[in-house]
Structure formats: C-alpha cells, structure tokens
Ligand binder design. Sequence first.
Ligand code: GTP
Length: 346
Amino acid sequence: MKKIPATVITGFLGAGKTTLIRHLIEHAGGRRLALIINEFGDVGVDGALVQGCGDEACPDEDIIELANGCICCTVADDFLPTMQKLLDRRTPPDHIIIETSGLALPKPLVKAFQWPDIRTRSTVDGVIALIDADALAAGRFAHDEAALAAARAADPTLDHDSPIEELFEDQLACADLVLLNKTDLVAADRLAALEQGLAGEIRPGVRILRTARGEIDPAILLGLDAGAEDRIDDRPSHHDGEEEHDHDDFESFIVDLGELAGPEPLLAALARSIAAHDILRVKGFLAIEGRPARLVLQAVGPRIQHHYDRHWQAGEPRRSRLVVIGQSGMDRAAIEAALGARMAAA
Ligand SMILES: Nc1nc2c(ncn2[C@@H]2O[C@H](COP(=O)(O)OP(=O)(O)OP(=O)(O)O)[C@@H](O)[C@H]2O)c(=O)[nH]1
C-alpha cells in the first residue's frame, strides 16, 4: 500500500505559512489535499482565511483546525487521532499538509509519524521551513545580548538562550527545504548575506529558495520524499532529551472590539502598542460599520496589513476580534485599554 505523503510547514509567527498554503491549494494540479492547521491562539484565524477559498483541491471538510495550543505538545491528544481519521477515510487525500503554529517545534511532530498506526500508512514527505526575510534582516531572531544578560541576572535558573532564537534554530535544523520568504521586502544583496547566515543553521544538502508571497511551484515543495520520520536523529533540537517542553515564554489573548466606526483609530493604536510592548503577532477580523465585508488585519512585528476579504455571512456575528501573541509578561491590561477592548463585564 502506498503511504500518503505529508508535508510539514514550519516557520516563526507570521513568516507566511498560511499564504504559502493558499498558493499551494490554488495550484494543486488536481491533487486532493487535506490541511491540518495548528494555531497558538484560541481563535482559528488561519483556518478561516483558507476556508471558503472555494477551491476544489481542498473542500472545507478537508481543512482541520487544531487550535488547542501548539501541535508539538498535543501530539497524542489531537494530532494522532486527527491523522487516524484522515487515513481511515474511504477516499483518503492524496497529500496531507500540516501547518504548525509559529511557536511549534517541528521535531515532535515528525516523531509522531513513528507511531505504528501512522507509520504504516503515511510518511513525512518533507519539512519546509519558512523564514521571514524582513524579520531576519531586522535582527528579530537574533538574541539581544543585553536583554539575555538582564533576564539571566533576574532569574539565575534561566537555562536557555533567547526563546525566539531557539525556536528559529529548531525549525531550521529540522527542515528538508528552506524558503526565504518576503523577498519583496529586502534588497537582493542583503538576501545573499542572509542566505549565507542561514547556511550555518541547516543540515548539509538542504536548499534555500527565495519566495515572495509563497509563490512557488508546488512540484518543488511536494514530493521531496524525505521519509523524515526514519532519520529523525539527523535533526538536532535544543529540546532533545526533554520529556516535555512548554511554551511559557509566549502567551496570547483575544481582544474583543465589537463593530468599529472605521479602522484608522484602531490601526494607529495598534502601531503604538506594538512599538511599546513585547507583541510579536496580531491577527483577526474587524467589522466596520456600513461595510458588508470583513476586514482582515495582520501584524507581524511592526508591519501592519489589512484588506477586505469576503462578505460577512448570514448569521455570522459582526464583531471585531484580534488575537495578540507576544512574549510572556506583556502588559495585557495596557494593551487592551489602548486598543479599546470591550471588557467581559461591559
Ligand atoms: N510583503 C510580503 N508579505 C507577506 C509575504 N508572505 C506573507 N505576507 C504577509 O505576512 C502576513 C502573515 O502571513 P501569514 O501567511 O498569515 O503568516 P503565518 O506564518 O501563517 O502566520 P502565523 O500562522 O500567525 O504564524 C500577512 O499579512 C501576509 O499577507 C511576502 O512574501 N511578502
């Protein structure tokens, strides 16, 4: 029996994983894809963005959201049963795409494919790591020596490097292919320097390709035939030997804003909040008075983007909700107040 190939898409918060997957679906070339989408926040924004794109390659029932925290920590409870159900289907998909949350370690997920019931029926075709070239060029993955020294002084038991840098390195070390994405935002000579830097973090033989908006021929991404679960020990991780790890370094919350008269005041407040607090990623949908369509809002670091994607549907509550993800200890109350959040009691 032919094993069903599965591709793991990893990459830090906002690197462009969902955008890449949308492109993949739109250019699937007759393959029937199933998607497993994992998010750190409690609101399934990525699933909602991919759902309803109306593509035959990926009907809505083939898009499965795992929103209960990072997939690397919920493998047994969420991921394995989901895979089993997909593989048990009378007509299983041709290829499974797994989008991990931006904070997930890919290795435990690859390891899950060693589980006997999965191993006989599916294989990891490849781990693809997306890198946000803009964020990398801005030094957002490199550790800040001064901040690390201060954190160590405050907590002498601190046994790891910057959590963002560790994640970044883990995701790269597990990859079979690296996509240096968002190349539209970075000059070509800078990109060459970034590639040189990345070369030291990846396994021998792994290629780095440049992409913008995840536009790449699916034939390059799918069919790597890596069988990654069979060579798991080749993929070093900062968390090797640990029974469990946690994501205590990061946290997320939802800001509920109701319907807005217009987006501008919120966009301005958000820009100020991102500059003032340890916010890494914001995403969600806004309802704007007099507008039949929902406004998608995305912020990755200081860069905020928004566009109307589709009409609010009948019965769908017109409300604005944002997921805010950042470093633990963010001043949630101050951020909520700045954004004008509706408090639960209001
Ligand atoms: N300029 C530019 N923007 C991009 C590119 N790829 C993605 N984006 C934008 O970056 C933002 C985040 O993209 P997503 O595809 O949602 O990123 P993600 O990795 O799925 O995000 P998380 O799931 O939150 O980790 C969105 O506003 C995208 O439109 C790119 O190549 N260039």
